[in-house]
Write a protein that binds this ligand. Structure first.
Ligand SMILES: NC(=O)c1ccc[n+]([C@@H]2O[C@H](COP(=O)([O-])OP(=O)(O)OC[C@H]3O[C@@H](n4cnc5c(N)ncnc54)[C@H](O)[C@@H]3O)[C@@H](O)[C@H]2O)c1
Ligand SMILES: [Zn+2]
Ligand SMILES: [Zn+2]
Length: 359
């Protein structure tokens, strides 16, 4: 058992605080990771607002990279000293999705079994990780070994939002060479979808946002055209940019029914809509069923970009090291553990793609 400093959300809606928590030594199937960097994601704010569950206190943070410090008795895939990116999809290999050869949907993912605690009270780690902490305890499968030459601040971002966006384009949307792609919402997730579409060889990549600054950044990630949805109708604008047809793949990276509707109608016939933005539980969609049928194609939610961390993290880190995937550009600022509450504000004001805690 060791004591470390960590960011805890103690009660619904209250500012987070830095506390000293207890982290157990790794037991069977577990790994202790010394966290080097962890990005601030919208999901952390959702936890602290009580929008995900009422299991306070939460140990926040889940987009992280670090070095394995110790492993449990039966752990073979990783060893102390390995540089790892943490993931929230440690696949089980036994559930019905895994057995059917679709482990990226795994319905029984693993987390550490022993709890980290604050004054003896078990903490609920965000997405089963909890990495705004000097050290965190995870299931060994949640730590994916990657090339240690990657900068931790950049590598850790693959652990959630950036992977979700890249995968929304590459895996869920199956963007291919010559496709036209429209991405709605150019935050960290949307910009990663733009970068993914460029990697896949898309011919046109149309970025849609309400914020001119976000649209400028989207160009740096590979957008060939931009549409300010506050100034013009994005459906008409996208049709205009695609010979009157609409885009082959539309990616919704906001999590709003109106934006989803725009993405639905901005598709070409038989096109694909990828829903990677996460809606609030109260949101409803209202579409004429004849349009759903008549426009054809595919409507696909994207959980974590349909990624398989053991396959995709090492590959994407290699592309990053080759200079083909600019993960550094997602890092807007680096902050200490004490800066997380302030970073939530910067995120809500739309000032950053990612604030990253460096330990
Ligand atoms: N599916 C997954 O596994 C997964 C993983 C991580 C995050 N997410 C979700 O992805 C979404 C985006 O995350 P993020 O970190 O990029 O958020 P963000 O807040 O950084 O970015 C959202 C962007 O959308 C823009 N926007 C807001 N309303 C808009 C509108 N009406 N039209 C066009 N653009 C609009 C904002 O200006 C902003 O640039 C969130 O819902 C998040 O919860 C999903
Ligand atoms: Zn499984
Ligand atoms: Zn996240």
């Amino acid at each position: 058992m060791g004591k470390v400093r960590a960011v805890v959300a103690r009660a619904k809606g209250e500012p987070v605080t830095v506390e000293t928590i207890d982290v157990p030594d790794p037991g069977p199937g577990e790994a202790l990771v010394a966290v080097q960097a962890c990005g601030v994601c919208h999901t952390d704010l959702h936890y602290r607002q009580g929008a995900i569950s009422d299991d306070f206190p939460f140990l926040l943070g889940h987009e992280a990279a670090g070095v394995v410090e110790a492993v449990g008795p039966d752990v073979g895939d990783i060893a102390p000293g390995d540089f790892v990116v943490l993931n929230w999809r440690a696949v089980c290999g036994r559930c019905r999705a895994c057995r059917r050869g679709r482990p990226w949907y795994c319905f029984d993912t693993a987390n550490a079994t022993q709890p980290m605690t604050l004054d003896g009270v078990p903490l609920s780690p965000a997405l089963g990780i909890g990495a705004f902490a000097e050290k965190t305890l995870v299931a060994a499968g949640q730590a994916t070994k990657v090339d240690p030459r990657a900068r931790p601040e950049a590598a850790g971002l693959l652990g959630c939002g950036v992977m979700a966006g890249l995968g929304a384009a590459l895996l869920t949307g199956e963007v291919g060479p010559g496709d036209s792609v429209a991405v709605f919402g150019c935050g960290g997730v949307g910009d990663a979808a733009i970068a993914g579409a460029r990697l896949a060889g898309a011919a046109e990549i149309i970025a849609v946002d309400l914020d001119a600054g976000k649209l400028e950044l989207a160009k740096a990630f590979g957008a060939t055209h931009t549409v300010n949805a506050g100034e013009e109708d994005p459906v008409e604008a996208i049709r205009g940019l695609t010979g009157g047809n609409g885009a082959d793949v539309c990616i919704e990276a906001v999590g709003h029914p109106e934006v989803m509707k725009q993405a639905f109608y901005a598709r070409d016939l038989a096109g694909t809509l990828v829903q990677v933005g996460v809606p609030d539980p109260a949101m409803r969609i209202d579409l004429p069923m004849i349009d759903f049928f008549g426009r054809g194609g595919r409507l696909k939610p994207s959980w974590y970009g349909d990624c398989l961390p053991s396959r995709d993290f090492p590959l994407l880190i290699d592309l990053y090291l080759q200079g083909r995937l600019d993960l550094d550009r997602f890092v807007s600022e680096t902050i200490p553990l004490e800066g997380v509450e302030e970073a939530f504000g910067a995120m809500e004001r739309g000032e950053v793609l990612r604030s990253v805690v460096v330990l």
